[in-house]
Design a protein. Structure first.
Length: 377
């Protein structure tokens, strides 16, 4: 077994080991986790119900690290018994590569789910690599650098009719590349015209169809999203470019414990797209197992099928298969063989409909072990 599998199954056995093997009852484990807020209960009278859990990870870009997740569940109106719970999560990490960062994600539902506000943001300092742009560049050598980045993406949406929402938002990010290695006239940054400082700021328009029962752990329903972003110097951006992102998810319950989840995703960028805002293949949600940023181009498409199994108590697991492609235009997506991904994950429920996930993903000649809050999609 390789180092990824060893780490994954060591953590899995620590989390899901039987009470007879350890001599500890589930009630005692629940009591200990309850002190961390991970009591698998929601009490509207407490406002935001917080949970705190640490966990290890190993990704190709970050190496071995330790993360911490702080997840909160709440309702804007405590007397509302029908609208799904709102949630907010903060994640932080440090790793053996010298990387560190924090991130946040929130889903807020109010006015009987007539209005929704979603916010996604991050702050990171990550030693990483730049291969260049396109499939062929990803097969070559990387140029190492440190990525210092900030991003924030708030959105507000209004229900038009049942399950259909329209909204607007803002997409802002800055990137500063430092500590570049192998700097010479023919290096990757010079070859692809990649500037060391980049700022992108744009407005977004979104149309969503959402019939999922709950966002953080869907068991049934469908989700379609079309998001168009326009970045322009008049809005504070260094470059003018546009991005269209499309997503479709379908969730089919096989029974009370088993769910099949399908994901189809594409991101298509046009104009003077800065290298740090090109479409990327590989992260903790899609194409798990790939070095994030190795495969980048204007257009990326990926799909995955995930089998989700709820076991006894708080435990569960997932299995997935997927593939993805990239190109300078939609016509180039089939120029190379699709890149595969497969993996297995462990799930532990900390709050109703809120899981901590540990995923072991395998890609082409790479693998990654991810620690995150909520399902990948």
């Amino acid at each position: 077994m390789n180092r990824y599998g060893t780490l994954f199954f060591a953590v899995l056995s620590l989390l899901s080991v039987s009470q007879s093997a350890r001599g500890v009852s589930r009630e005692e484990i629940d009591g200990f986790l309850g002190k961390l807020g991970a009591d698998n209960q929601y009490d509207a009278s407490k406002g935001i119900n917080w949970s705190v859990l640490p966990g290890p990870f190993y990704t190709p870009e970050l190496k071995l690290g330790l993360g911490a997740a702080i997840a909160g569940v709440y309702r804007v109106d405590p007397n509302d018994k029908t609208t799904q719970n709102s949630s907010i999560s903060f994640t932080g990490f440090v790793s053996s590569s010298g990387a560190l960062g924090v991130g946040m994600k929130s889903y807020t539902f109010f006015s009987g789910d007539k209005w929704r506000m979603f916010v996604d943001g991050s702050l990171a300092n990550i030693p990483t690599g730049f291969w260049g742009i396109g499939y062929d560049a990803a097969q070559g050598n990387e140029q190492k650098y440190t990525d210092q980045s900030v991003s924030v993406h708030p959105q507000i949406m209004r229900q038009i009719v049942d399950n259909l929402y329209a909204g607007v938002g803002w997409d802002y990010s800055t990137m500063h590349a430092t500590e570049l290695e192998d700097t010479h006239p023919g290096d990757n940054f010079t070859r692809y015209g990649a500037v060391k400082d980049s700022k992108s700021s744009g407005v977004t328009a979104t149309l969503n169809y959402d019939s999922r029962d709950v966002i953080t752990r869907p068991r049934r329903g469908q989700f379609f999203s079309a998001e168009y972003s326009n970045f322009d110097p008049s809005l504070g951006s260094d470059n003018h470019f546009t991005v269209l992102q499309l997503q479709y998810n379908y969730y089919h319950p096989l029974n009370e414990e088993d769910v099949l989840a399908f994901d189809l995703w594409g991101r298509f960028s046009r104009g003077d797209v800065p290298w740090d805002r090109l479409s990327e293949l590989g992260d903790d949600k899609r194409m798990r197992g790939y070095y994030q940023g190795r495969y980048r181009d204007k257009d990326v498409v990926s799909t995955q099928l995930e089998y989700r199994k709820k076991l006894d108590w708080r435990n569960g697991y997932v299995l997935w298969l997927g593939m993805g492609a990239l190109g300078g235009s939609t016509g180039d997506l089939l120029d190379n063989a699709p890149l595969p991904t497969t993996g297995v994950g462990y799930r532990f429920e900390v709050k109703p409909d809120m899981n901590i996930r540990l995923d072991l993903g395998f890609g082409k000649e790479s693998a990654g072990f991810y620690f995150q809050v909520a399902e990948a999609f």
